[in-house]
Ligand binder design. Structure first.
Ligand code: NDP
Ligand code: 2IT
Length: 448
């Protein structure tokens, strides 16, 4: 075992050397590699064929200029990315993130995680991710449209139903997918719904895709609770963020009998001890695109804590749904001390390695993002299925499929963790289970 671990350590050192400065990518790689010692000990063929080294190297990385004009006629220049990470299980699949913090290291961490997440769904999708350092905040609809059109004017060459199928992520929702779809159609003269997911319901989108990540993450936590003979009933919950994932996480928590008392954005935290008013949040965020602070204009009893830390609020269930590394070691310790028994990650890699260790040592139910938030991409794959069959399914039918997928992911992670001698460790279960399927496909495909 020591020899195997030494080999994996060498691989990690090589990743550090080949990808300097990409700290989020390093973090995501280390977290997976740390789980793989017992797998390669059982499967020497993975070492011989250098599967791990190949998985850590994206198949293709595209970086491009995105010029556009703002409302004043001034020329603006952003950088666009698409990292096509691994296509052994299907066409590259993963979202696009528009946020000023985006650089290659963030897109690569997201693309890497996406490969294992997509493998866990059991559906035929490979892994990829893209985006731009464009900041949609404060931009007019027209500016967002011009940016999306320019972005797609390069991206269209690289994507396609059987090649690479982007979707949304931070800063990219139905509006942006619409503008990009329109431009793709115009350039190619093809009505090809299968090229993007998260589309509008009248032009190829799937019911439940909007809700899918939040609903799926909540189904996953529900399974973790059930495995401990517990449920959401009466639990006080925290959900960070107030975007797409946060909103539908809150909705499903309430449907399952939990009470969500706080959410946030990058400026502050809303605390409503009566339970969050989700209709108001939807109106503020989805319709009016305002800041969460405005919640207190309607509900005077609620508190807005500017620059506050949501994880200081006592809860039993925490569902981080904003961004990477939003829970550090200190936050994790506070959560555990305050009686938190379950954490389900709607966001990608929201917990730092120190935080993860605290959750695992405390033996609380901890569902890592690549398992817990897989419902979004899984429902994207269901959208692809409907597009391929020129079909559209009902809400109930699609939601049931999503729930079954999440139950399956939970079961597979749970069983794999037990099989590898770490019962209840969903990090190990998710990493190993996601990895093995990709590794076997890569072995089967030969050296490509
Ligand atoms: P949205 O853009 O809809 O919402 C993002 C939310 O997170 C906003 O409230 C935003 O606040 C907050 N946020 C974003 N960046 C930061 C930051 N650097 N610091 C503090 N707060 C921040 O994105 P989504 O809801 O789609 O995505 C949320 C998370 O879920 C991301 O980690 C994403 O990768 C992950 N995810 C999304 C999926 C999807 O289907 N959309 C699928 C699986 C995972 P503010 O408005 O102030 O920026
Ligand atoms: O992180 C993710 O899984 C997503 N942003 C969704 C990707 C998708 O293709 O639906």
């Amino acid at each position: 075992m020591a020899q195997v671990d030494a080999k994996i350590e060498t691989m990690y050192q090589e990743v550090l050397k080949r990808n300097p400065g990409e700290t989020e990518f390093h973090q995501a790689v280390l977290e997976v590699l740390e789980s793989l010692g017992p797998v390669v000990a059982k499967h020497p063929e993975y070492l011989e064929r250098r599967i791990i080294e190949r998985i850590c190297e994206p198949e293709r990385q595209i970086i491009f200029r995105v010029p556009w004009q703002d409302d004043k006629g001034k020329v603006q220049i952003n950088r666009g990315f698409r990292v096509e990470f691994n296509s052994s299980l299907g066409p590259y699949k993963g979202g696009l993130r528009f946020h000023p913090s985006v650089y290659l290291g963030i897109i690569k961490f997201l693309g890497f995680e996406q490969c294992f997440k997509n493998s866990l769904t059991g559906l035929p999708i490979g892994g990829g991710k893209g985006g731009s350092d464009f900041d949609p905040k404060g931009k007019s609809d027209d500016e967002v449209m011009r940016f999306c059109q320019s972005f797609m004017t390069e991206l269209y060459r690289h994507i396609g139903e059987h090649t690479d199928v982007p979707a949304g992520d931070i800063g990219v929702g139905g509006r942006e997918i619409g503008y990009m779809f329109g431009q793709y159609k115009r350039i190619t003269n093809r009505y090809e719904p299968g090229v993007l997911t998260g589309k509008g319901l009248t032009w190829g989108g799937s019911l439940v895709r909007t809700e899918a990540t939040g609903y799926g993450a909540t189904f996953f936590v529900n399974e973790m609770l059930k495995a401990r003979k517990d449920s959401f009933d009466g639990k006080t919950c925290l959900v960070s963020g107030s975007g797409n994932v946060a909103i539908y996480t809150i909705e499903k928590i309430h449907q399952l009998g939990g009470k969500c008392v706080a959410c946030s954005d990058s400026n502050g935290v809303i605390y409503d001890e009566k339970g969050l008013d989700l209709d108001l949040i939807k109106q503020l965020k989805e319709v009016e695109r305002r800041r969460i602070e405005d919640y207190t204009k309607t509900h005077k009893h609620a508190k807005y804590i500017a620059k506050g830390n949501i994880w200081d609020i006592p809860c039993q269930v925490a569902m981080p749904s904003a961004t990477q590394n939003e829970i550090n070691g200190k936050d994790a310790a506070t959560l555990v001390k305050n009686g938190c028994i379950a954490v389900g990650e709607g966001a990608n890699m929201p917990t730092t390695p120190e935080g993860v260790k605290i959750f695992l040592d405390a033996k609380i139910a901890y569902g890592p993002g690549k398992a817990a938030n897989a419902g979004g991409v899984a429902t994207s794959a269901l959208e692809m299925q409907q597009n391929a069959g020129r079909d559209s399914w009902t809400f109930e039918f699609t939601e049931k499929k999503l729930e079954d997928i999440m139950i399956n992911i939970h079961r597979n992670c749970f069983d794999t963790a037990a099989e590898y001698g770490a019962p209840g460790n969903y990090v190990l279960g998710a990493n190993i289970c996601g990895f093995i399927k990709i590794a076997n496909a890569m072995v089967a495909h030969g050296l490509v």
